[in-house]
Design a protein around this ligand. Structure first.
Ligand SMILES: Cc1cc2nc3c(=O)[nH]c(=O)nc-3n(C[C@H](O)[C@H](O)[C@H](O)COP(=O)(O)OP(=O)(O)OC[C@H]3O[C@@H](n4cnc5c(N)ncnc54)[C@H](O)[C@@H]3O)c2cc1C
Length: 384
């Protein structure tokens, strides 16, 4: 089939990749260049954390996230066959510590740790209760560590924390690597045409308008994130701010979350002593620079986690808005010739592989396709 994918953020690229692997002819349209742009995907921390997220999200996020994890491993294998070699350019030793030394996506499957300062133990206990009550994980999936066990996993946390929750199945990717590697793989396929810096002015069933030209397809798939707001008015932006630090005095291998009554943070390790500290979650669609208050909260929480962050360099601050629907769940809505996928909120990387897979299955099987996530795929009753 001839399919247009409008929007080349994480969802658009993942979907274009899966569709192209199934032999479809794909045209990708994006208002930005291929290598960078305004997509929320360029700001994301790349965490794939289906257990931690469920403390504040619906069970469906966990179910879809768990279905995505093996798809991320499969993608890492598929893309290493295409072989962009990007990984080896800058993060060989970093990736060698993970289970996939040749992974171009820097997929790190080392699990995450949840910690809290003594005064904030109630928040940590509440987090644990949420995960235990909602998911009933096995003792393998959800581990409560004492001081000695924590010291074994992350020695530098042992001075300040004497207990932690360890979620070994959680992982993360390098968001920029993912975006770049998917682009490389798509551009290497002659069945894929990419129209960068081409804003789509209008789209509808079987057709779209871009650069004053009308284009026709078997299907148009709208993956514009917040760019789709005029056609999907319930969409809203949820602002997120994060900081990139270079901290040679910090040696953390795993993703760490610090529980706190007001500002919870996560710390995501990257190659070259870089750590991403995130993220705020503010009901606003402002894309303005990070505020003093947010910087202070993120930085002081990071410093309280590890004093080595005191000497870190602030490399950059990043701000973007997560595309969210009123229930904070993703949605796939269709009418003949048009599919809209949106509302990935704070789970775009976690969910993109499974959402793309659901769209592909639905497209190939048609209306008789029974999704394992029944609420996800619905007809587009009233075109908004
Ligand atoms: C601070 C922050 C941290 C985050 N951390 C994580 C995380 O750790 N894990 C996780 O799973 N998720 C995370 N997210 C969420 C994730 O980034 C989003 O859910 C995801 O990027 C949404 O994907 P998308 O493809 O729908 O939209 P986007 O990634 O925003 O892509 C939309 C694309 O559509 C294009 N577009 C828009 N309008 C038009 C038009 N008219 N014509 C052509 N192209 C158009 C844009 O240029 C863009 O390329 C985070 C988000 C933020 C802001």
């Amino acid at each position: 089939m001839q399919i247009a994918v409008v929007g080349a953020g994480i969802l658009g690229r993942m979907l274009a990749w899966q569709l192209s692997q199934r032999g479809h002819q794909i045209s990708i349209f994006d208002r930005d260049p291929i290598a960078n742009g305004s997509a929320a995907a360029y700001t994301a921390a790349g965490m794939l954390t289906p257990y931690s997220e469920v403390a504040t999200a619906e069970l469906a996020i966990h179910a879809m996230g768990m279905a995505s994890l093996p798809l991320w491993s499969a993608l890492a294998d598929e893309l290493s066959v295409v072989g962009s070699g990007r990984c080896h350019a800058h993060c060989d030793s970093f990736c060698a510590q993970s289970h996939q030394p040749d992974c171009d996506l820097c997929l790190r499957q080392l699990g995450s740790l949840i910690v809290a300062h003594p005064g904030d133990r109630a928040d940590h206990r509440h987090f644990n209760q949420q995960v235990l009550n909602k998911l009933h994980p096995t003792a393998e999936q959800f581990q409560q560590l004492n001081a000695a066990q924590l010291a074994e996993l992350e020695p530098e946390l042992a001075d300040r924390f004497d207990e932690a929750t360890y979620l070994p199945e959680e992982s993360w990717v390098d968001n920029e690597q993912v975006m770049a590697c998917l682009a490389d793989a798509l551009l290497a396929n002659p069945e894929v045409s990419w129209f960068p810096e081409t804003p789509v002015q209008q789209l509808g069933p079987h057709r779209l308008r871009a650069a004053e030209k009308e284009h026709h397809f078997d299907w148009v798939i709208d993956c514009r994130g917040l760019g789709a707001k005029t056609d999907w008015p319930q969409l809203r932006g949820v602002r997120g701010e994060l900081l990139w630090l270079r901290a040679p005095e910090v040696k953390l291998n795993r993703l760490v979350r610090l529980m706190h009554p007001r500002y919870r943070i996560y710390v995501v390790p990257r190659p070259d002593d870089i750590y991403i500290i995130g993220a705020t979650q503010i009901e606003s669609d402002s894309m303005g620079p990070i505020t003093v208050r947010s910087s202070l909260e993120l930085l002081s929480a990071a410093y309280s986690l590890h004093p080595g962050f005191g000497e870190a360099e602030i490399l950059s601050t990043r701000v973007n808005c997560r595309p969210a629907l009123p229930d904070n769940l993703p949605a796939i809505r269709w009418e003949p010739g048009l599919i809209r996928v949106n509302g990935l909120f704070r789970h775009g990387f976690l969910l993109a592989p499974v959402l793309a897979r659901e769209v592909v299955r639905w497209l190939e099987a048609g209306e008789r396709y029974q999704s394992p996530f029944p609420e996800l795929i619905q007809p587009l009753a009233v075109p908004a």
